[in-house]
Design a protein around this ligand. Structure first.
Ligand SMILES: [Zn+2]
Ligand SMILES: [Zn+2]
Length: 163
């Protein structure tokens, strides 16, 4: 068993109706364009598995951290990723509307990975009012006006400033 597998033998046998669990581990290569989960970041999963008629219903809550690059000033951004989902696992192969499983083990890795990626900010900002870099001289405008004379008010840049 790896970090994100749980045994559901008691649920399937009917000797237990609900199984609460906590899992921890890391998963590499979880990223979107401007942010990612560090390969060594601990991903904590609080979950509950319940036997239902069709299979096993799993509620998941993930907590981990991300690092990213501010889309305006390119400075470093860090933050917490939190995500919740409820997934149905049905014996057999993965299908569009549910995950599959075989035997008495549920592999939650794909569900945890999806949840982590969904929780990553697609457009990270170091702070909500980040002023970004001067498009002419590259100065960090958070540190004050750059004083360069290049500000011609090009409307193409004004659109980017809205990001
Ligand atoms: Zn910034
Ligand atoms: Zn400037």
């Amino acid at each position: 068993m790896h970090d994100f597998e749980i045994s559901v033998s008691n649920l399937l046998k009917g000797s237990e109706r609900v199984y609460d669990f906590v899992l921890q581990g890391s998963i590499p290569d979880l990223f979107v364009t401007s942010s990612r989960i560090p390969d060594d970041a601990l991903i904590r999963v609080d979950g509950r598995a319940e036997a239902v008629g069709e299979g096993v219903f799993v509620s998941l809550e993930v907590h981990t951290r991300y690092v990213g690059e501010c889309v305006r000033c390119l400075g470093g951004v860090t933050g917490e990723v939190v995500g919740q989902s409820r997934e149905l696992f049905v014996e057999g192969d993965d299908a569009e509307e549910h995950y599959g499983f075989r035997g008495e083990t549920l592999d939650l890795r794909a569900a945890v990975s999806d949840l982590c990626v969904l929780g990553l900010p697609p457009v990270p900002l170091c702070r909500d009012d980040c002023k970004g870099l001067c498009q002419f001289c590259g100065a960090d405008l958070n540190e004050g006006p750059c004083g360069c004379s290049g500000d011609s008010g090009d409307p193409r840049w004004a659109a980017l400033d809205q990001l």
